[in-house]
Design a protein around this ligand. Structure first.
Ligand SMILES: [Fe+2]
Length: 184
């Protein structure tokens, strides 16, 4: 496969200092790199900014730009705020529940754990810039069930394209509510 793993996903932040404090002290990531530029390296456009990277255990990063002179918002202000988010994977359900308690003790409002399709379970909260973050753990470890998710994904997409709602979910899953699969 060409794409081996996540290197980084980048977002705009409100303030590089508060972002660094949050990602290192609240989430325990490594402050792995900071680059300062007056011009955007790829386009040459004038935009004094700092680009900061925070590394996870596997070497992947979440990155931010503080760009005080550029127009626009730090995040998409028009879409519902649950849509754009970044998810970190944690070890197991126990870790997820403990992380929720830890984040709440640090003063954050945390939603969940929420079960997603017996595939993953997640908690949600916001960083200082208002970006939605997710901590998630894989709850399905059964290879056959995981393969069934892969096999059905094109059918789920095709039904969505046909109806743009889930009123005909039963035609795919054999159940009219929830994600109850036949024999699943
Ligand atoms: Fe997610």
């Amino acid at each position: 496969m060409l794409c081996k793993k996540l290197h980084h996903a980048a977002y705009r932040c409100r303030d590089a200092r508060e972002t660094t404090t949050f990602y290192t002290e609240v989430l325990g990531l490594k402050f792995s790199h900071a680059m300062g530029e007056d011009h955007v390296p790829s386009t040459g456009k004038y935009s004094p900014h700092v680009h900061i990277f925070f590394e996870m255990e596997d070497g992947s990063n979440i990155a931010f730009f503080e760009c005080p002179r550029d127009p626009g918002n730090v995040k998409d202000m028009e879409s519902p705020d649950w849509i754009q988010h970044f998810a970190f994977e944690v070890e197991d359900m126990d870790t997820l529940v403990k992380a929720k308690a830890d984040l709440e003790a640090k003063g954050l409002k945390v939603v969940g754990p929420t079960n997603h399709d017996d595939f993953i379970s997640s908690i949600y909260f916001f960083d200082p810039s208002g970006h939605r973050l997710e901590l998630t753990t894989r709850t399905c470890r059964d290879a056959k069930r995981l393969q069934s998710f892969v096999d059905e994904a094109p059918q789920v997409l095709a039904l969505w394209e046909k109806t743009h709602d889930w009123s005909q979910r039963h035609t795919l899953f054999g159940g009219s509510t929830g994600y109850e699969r036949q024999g699943g």
